[in-house]
Design a protein around this ligand. Structure first.
Ligand code: ZN
Length: 163
């Protein structure tokens, strides 16, 4: 089911630069990171050539936020931080999918409840949707980097393909 929308990464990313992630079929269970918000196709505009555009997807959190943020994949928490000028309260979870290390960023949360070293399953609670850091309203900024490289942004929808 996760290969249901192959056109997404054809149209939204440079496929030659994210070689090998055409199929996430070996990634195991995947959970939509904000379960109370309807899943859907979200726009990813990062351009790897110009290194411009939006580096993740923004899942809305309602007027007041407060929805649970859960882990989309199996993984381990590798970073938790509060950066008031950028990601706000954010958590980074490392996962291995299709033999590649991906680093999943959950940003702008009102709060988080995990610590470095925590093992997460798909659906494990990470925090609460908020609007901390450089944010204009409650939402989850959900971003995936290959090898934790700031310039190797991957369209998260590639890995949320079941949705
Ligand atoms: Zn964003």
């Amino acid at each position: 089911m996760r290969a249901r929308h192959p056109e997404w990464y054809q149209s939204d990313t440079d496929a030659s630069k994210v070689k090998g992630n055409k199929s996430s079929s070996s990634s195991g269970p995947v959970v939509w990171p904000v379960p109370d918000v309807i899943a859907g196709k979200y726009s990813f505009t990062y351009n790897p050539d110009t290194k411009t555009g939006h580096r993740g997807i923004d899942i809305p959190g309602g007027i007041n936020g407060g929805q649970q943020v859960v882990s989309a994949f199996n993984g381990v928490v590798v970073r938790t931080e509060k950066l008031t000028n950028s990601y706000g309260n954010f958590v980074v979870v490392k996962s291995v999918i299709d033999n590649k290390e991906i680093f999943v960023y959950y940003a702008h949360m009102a709060s988080f409840q995990v610590k470095v070293g925590d093992q997460l399953d798909p659906g494990s609670q990470i925090g609460i949707v908020g609007s901390t850091g450089k944010s204009t309203g409650p939402h989850l900024h959900f971003e995936i980097r290959l090898d934790n490289n700031y310039d190797k942004q991957i369209n998260p929808m590639n890995y949320l393909g079941g949705y």
